[in-house]
Design a protein around this ligand. Structure first.
Ligand code: F6R
Length: 234
């Protein structure tokens, strides 16, 4: 594990974007595992800027996002598909068909989870997995639980997550209660993992995740077992 300590959110974003762009430059056919939320916004903006300046080519890149809220119609402004399109995909030369987000509107959710896991197999795994950290230690939407969940699955979001995510909704009641998330297996199978933490108030949970016991009660603690984990933190 390598922990990179930075001064502030902007530096975190730049260092993260440097690592992601190095991955894409060194392997133009990279498979990137991507996260949403407030943490990666700055890194995505930096990637867009470097793309516009001609330094990056996403034409052969494949992306697999971690999660999607359940019950938001396609194109909903709070959906993670919309987030990815507007923060990154619409501004670079990535093929939309190569960008994947779980389809939470699928009629058969179990089938959709199987389909999503199969995409990881087809892509031969993730080259670089970007992760944010939930206030309760979740990664993706793998919430604290009695056991680590392996495959893609539907999850009931914890109160803490709903509260944290409500800042992007006009009312807390509007935050979906359920989501589909990639499980620990495909996160941990990524060749490299990049965990980014951009706010001081996650210090305590980050400490638990990196140095505490490996437990599903702190889902991110499983990352201690990853052979190539980089953490960028303020
Ligand atoms: C989002 C995701 C979540 C977030 C986490 C932190 O795709 O997988 O695990 O990374 O909830 O969210 P922010 O960055 O909003 O603090």
């Amino acid at each position: 594990m390598r922990v990179i300590k930075v001064e502030n959110y902007d530096e975190m974003s730049r260092v993260a974007a440097n690592i992601i762009s190095a991955q894409v430059v060194l392997k133009p056919t990279s498979v990137l595992g991507l996260a949403t939320g407030s943490t990666p916004i700055g890194a995505y903006a930096q990637l867009v800027q470097w793309y516009k300046e001609g330094y990056l080519d996403f034409s052969q890149v494949i992306t697999l996002n971690l999660d999607e809220y359940s019950g938001l119609a396609e194109g909903h402004v709070q959906s993670y598909r919309y987030f990815m399109d507007t923060q990154l995909f619409n501004h670079v030369n990535i093929e939309k068909a190569n960008t994947h987000v779980p389809n939470s509107m699928a009629e058969d959710i179990a089938k959709e989870c199987e389909r999503y896991d199969a995409l990881f197999e087809e892509a031969d795994g993730i080259d670089l997995q970007l992760l944010g950290l939930g206030n309760n230690g979740h990664i993706g939407f793998n919430e604290p639980d009695d056991a680590f969940a392996g495959g893609t699955h539907q999850v009931k979001l914890h109160e803490m997550t709903i509260k944290a995510n409500s800042i992007l909704f006009s009312e807390e009641e509007e935050v979906p209660q359920y989501a589909i998330t990639v499980g620990m297996k495909n996160i941990m199978k990524a060749k490299r993992v990049l965990l980014i933490v951009g706010s001081e108030n996650k210090k305590e949970i980050l400490e638990k995740a990196l140095y505490g016991p490996i437990t599903p009660l702190v889902p991110a603690s499983i990352l201690q077992l990853h052979p190539h984990l980089d953490v960028i933190t303020v």
